[in-house]
Ligand binder design. Structure first.
Ligand SMILES: [Zn+2]
Ligand SMILES: [Zn+2]
Length: 369
């Protein structure tokens, strides 16, 4: 049986995505067909659309998909047609890092998430004339009404969360929250600064509240983000446009610096601000993906006093364990995803991309009827 999906196809780097029909062939035994209800737009989609990640074209991007299982392959156990699911990044589940619960560092991460094909080189989509349209972007390519994923990365959602808004749990929100709850693990009563108040930063703030940090400082030049960050639990917001030396300000405000910093921008200037905001010892996690090489210079004296700069991808979390935990926090009102989300119909994806690029929305989610 062939199925036809409506998908937003990238044909040329820097050009707008075009919605067209694509054909989804027969499922493999380990594959799962998901009817997408919502998909978040992540900055990595924008980076890839601009040519910063080498996925072959034409391709379907989108990697924060959620929806309902429409069909399962013959070897899939544990998921059934009708289940509400969120789709995480793909990982092999068998390499050394996957086996020790760290699939974000899967040794096959790049081919599984960026190659545009299944591991055997075939494509999960083709156009009407049989030419391949690349998919498998983060194991999903969910700017499409139908998505082929596998039991490696499709995760059942608990009852009580709105499935159409759940997709961003799978990347941006897991990245920010996982960095706090899985990597930094702040002790109750500790202090943290979050640089960049996009979806990743807002998730880090919500997670810092869950971890019972006493001092949570949010830094972003966009004043529209400040009120929302305060509502989510920051104790102070700062704008780099009105504070000359963010590091010095944070050190003074906290009596010597924060215990932890989350840096979601990825620029050298912001990484250096984050490092200079730390107390001794303290840990800064950098998360912002710039695409391509991104050399930075750090003063060694920052490190000699026991300060650490680390990098984290995908929150260093296993989607099968962490996404249900985040969904449970959401259901209990402690991780209010809906407060940072703006929805757009899938047909209005150009408007959504414009709003994301202009910083008018924190997390845009495209919804399907
Ligand atoms: Zn692996
Ligand atoms: Zn992402």
């Amino acid at each position: 049986m062939t199925r036809v999906a409506r998908a937003a196809v990238l044909r040329e780097h820097g050009a707008p995505l075009r919605i067209q029909s694509v054909v989804v062939p027969e499922l493999r035994p380990d594959e799962i067909l998901v009817r997408i209800r919502g998909v978040g737009i992540c900055h990595t989609d924008l980076t890839a659309a601009a040519g910063g990640v080498p996925i072959p074209l034409p391709a379907v991007l989108g990697h924060e998909g959620s929806g309902v299982v429409a069909e399962v392959g013959s070897s899939v156990v544990g998921l059934r047609v009708g289940d509400s699911v969120v789709i995480g990044f793909d990982s092999c589940r068998t390499c050394r890092n996957c086996r020790r619960g760290r699939p974000a560092y899967c040794t096959r991460f790049a081919p599984l998430n960026y190659s545009g094909t299944r591991p055997d080189g075939t494509s999960v989509f083709h156009d009407g004339s049989g030419k391949p349209v690349h998919g498998n972007w983060f194991g999903q390519s969910s700017f499409s009404s139908l998505v082929v994923a596998t039991d490696r990365n499709v995760v059942r959602l608990p009852e009580g969360v709105p499935v159409e808004l759940a997709g961003p749990l799978g990347c941006g929100l897991a990245t920010g929250a996982g960095t706090v709850l899985r990597v930094l693990r702040p002790e109750p009563g500790s202090s943290i600064a979050v640089f960049g108040l996009g979806a990743v930063g807002m998730a880090a703030i919500m997670a810092s509240r869950i971890a019972r940090c006493d001092t949570i400082i949010g830094i972003d030049p966009n004043p529209r983000r400040h009120a929302l960050a305060l509502e989510l639990g920051v104790t102070e917001v700062l704008s780099p446009d009105s504070v000359d030396d963010i590091g010095r300000h944070v050190r003074r405000a906290t009596g010597g610096g924060v215990d932890y910093a989350v840096e979601s921008v990825g620029s050298e200037a912001v990484i250096r601000q984050a490092m200079s905001s730390l107390t001794s010892p303290g840990v800064c996690a950098t998360l912002g993906l710039r695409g391509g090489r991104n050399p930075i210079t750090i003063d060694q004296t920052h490190l000699l006093s026991g300060r650490t700069l680390t990098g984290v991808i995908e929150g260093d979390a296993d989607p099968h364990i962490f996404l249900p935990e985040l969904a449970a926090f959401w259901r209990d009102g402690r991780f209010p995803v809906e407060k940072i989300t703006s929805t757009f119909p899938f047909d209005k994806l150009d408007d959504a991309f414009t709003a994301v690029t202009a910083g008018e929305v924190v997390k845009a989610v495209l919804t399907f009827d």
